[in-house]
Each structure stands twice: as structure tokens, then as C-alpha cells.
Design a protein around this ligand. Structure first.
Ligand code: ZN
Length: 260
């Protein structure tokens, strides 16, 4: 499942420097706008040596919206949408992940033009083994096609590898102790922003779901492997070893794919 709960549209913040952000944390997937500052940063970026610039664009370092600070050491931090991993690179990594999943028969159908409504962008149905995407609107990079597709492929793969005969909900909990669990939750927030909470009831927020934690860690490990290992080293390692144990071929999924 992949959505922005309606009440969370209130969590979009207008920042002083012209950027807009979903939630309180600077995630490269949840920042948009800031065109004026971005143009200044892009001009600085264009002056960098080609090889350094291209290498930098393949990895996500911590986000820095302070132009002067970023400019001091652009390899240590990333200016949003300037030297962060671009959507076409994410698309290439998503395409590779989809190929692994198709080749191994981890899903039966992929509907890229579904209408899901209610702020939902993607859904995996374990009964039909079907992935449905509704990415016609894209509020932030987090809801772009490659991000949503890889998240749903994560659900399909978890179902096929860990709970093929029962439902996905019966998949074993992978991150059951800290720091793995808190790391997985950090990655969930990186792609989702704030989650709906239900203070008056006993419903858990979505990030508490072991199935969702798997999908968010998978998503990060495939789309931005360096950042995933920096933010969540133990959760990523747990996921990688558990997946590769079941299918050794899948180890290639976690090597960042570079565009041709
Ligand atoms: Zn999900």
C-alpha cells in the first residue's frame, strides 16, 4: 500500500527559502519547489568536474538546503533535486527490480493505469498477485512511478519469498528488535513523511506494520542503496541476507544500477 492520508496534506510546509516539504524532515523524496535556489545551485553544480558531478548524482547524501554550506563540500551533502538521485536514475533501478521480479515470477499482473482513489498511489493484492499503480498525479518525488513501483514490488517479493502459501499478512516479522525496527521506521518516514496516528483507538499507524516496514526498507535498498545503508545499516543487512538466503540471484538487486 502506498498513500498520503488526506489529513496529511496539512503537513505540507512552506519553507522560508521557497521549498515546500511534506513533514519536518529534509528527505530528498519529500521536498519540492525552491526553483530560484535550485537554479543557483544547478549553476554551481554545472561548474564541477564531469566525473565528480556524475558520481555525486548517483548517491543520496544528507540534504542541505543552505547553498553556501552545500557549496563548501558538495560531496558531503546534496542540494535537493540538484545532486540528489534523479527520477530517470530511479526509473532505471525500478526497471531492473521489475525484471528480477518478472523473471522469478513474483507477480502475475501489473496494472500501471489503475484508479485507486483516496490518495492511494499503489497497491499489491496478494490474492491475485497483482500490482496496481495510480501515479498520474505526483505531489512529491516519493509518489513518482519508480518509488511506488519498487515499494509494491517489495510487497510482491515478500509474499513470494516469505509467505507464498498463506497471505502476505502471515509473513514473518523481519525487524523485530532495535535498532533494526527503528531503522526501518526511519526509512518509512523518509518515503512517506508523517503517518496518520489514531490516538483515540487501538489502530496502529502504518509504519508499525511489519509488512510495510519490509516494503520501505526494500524500496530504499533498491533505489538508493548507499543512503539506505547509511541510515539503516542493520535493517538493510537483515533484509538483504534474508532475501538472498531464499534466492541468491537477488543479491544483484541491491547493487545500485547506473544508467547506460
Ligand atoms: Zn505498502
Amino acid at each position: 500500500m502506498y498513500w498520503i492520508e488526506e489529513s496529511l496534506s496539512e503537513s505540507v510546509q512552506q519553507l522560508d527559502d521557497g521549498f515546500e516539504r511534506l513533514g519536518d524532515e529534509d528527505s530528498p523524496f519529500l521536498v519540492r519547489g525552491g526553483e530560484e535556489r535550485r537554479a543557483e545551485a544547478a549553476a554551481v553544480h554545472a561548474e564541477r568536474p564531469d566525473a565528480e558531478r556524475q558520481r555525486d548524482e548517483l548517491t543520496n547524501e544528507p540534504v542541505c538546503r543552505d547553498l553556501a554550506k552545500w557549496r563548501d563540500d558538495p560531496l558531503a551533502t546534496d542540494f535537493p533535486h540538484v545532486d540528489t538521485v534523479a527520477c530517470d536514475v530511479l526509473s532505471e533501478r525500478a526497471r531492473a527490480a521489475r525484471e528480477y521480479a518478472s523473471r522469478n515470477n513474483y507477480f502475475d499482473r501489473l496494472d500501471e493505469t489503475a484508479t485507486l482513489g483516496d490518495g492511494k498511489y499503489g497497491r499489491y493484492n496478494d490474492g491475485e498477485r497483482e500490482i496496481r499503480l495510480d501515479v498520474s498525479e505526483r505531489p512529491f518525488l516519493a509518489q513518482s512511478r519508480p518509488c511506488v513501483l519498487v515499494h509494491e514490488l517489495g510487497h510482491a517479493l515478500q509474499h513470494a519469498l516469505f509467505a507464498p502459501d498463506s497471505g502476505l499478512d502471515e509473513a514473518p516479522t523481519l525487524f523485530d528488535g532495535d535498532p533494526e525496527k527503528s531503522e526501518a521506521i526511519d526509512l518509512a518516514h523518509r518515503f512517506h513523511g508523517p503517518f496518520q496516528t489514531y490516538p483515540e483507538s487501538d489502530i496502529d499507524p502504518l509504519y508499525e506494520s511489519p509488512v510495510e516496514q519490509f516494503a520501505y526498507v526494500f524500496q530504499a535498498a533498491v533505489l538508493e542503496p548507499e543512503a539506505a545503508r547509511r541510515i539503516a545499516p542493520q535493517a538493510v543487512e537483515r533484509l538483504r541476507t534474508s532475501v538472498v538466503e531464499r534466492n541468491a540471484e537477488l543479491s544483484g538487486l541491491f547493487d545500485a544500477v547506473e544508467p547506460e
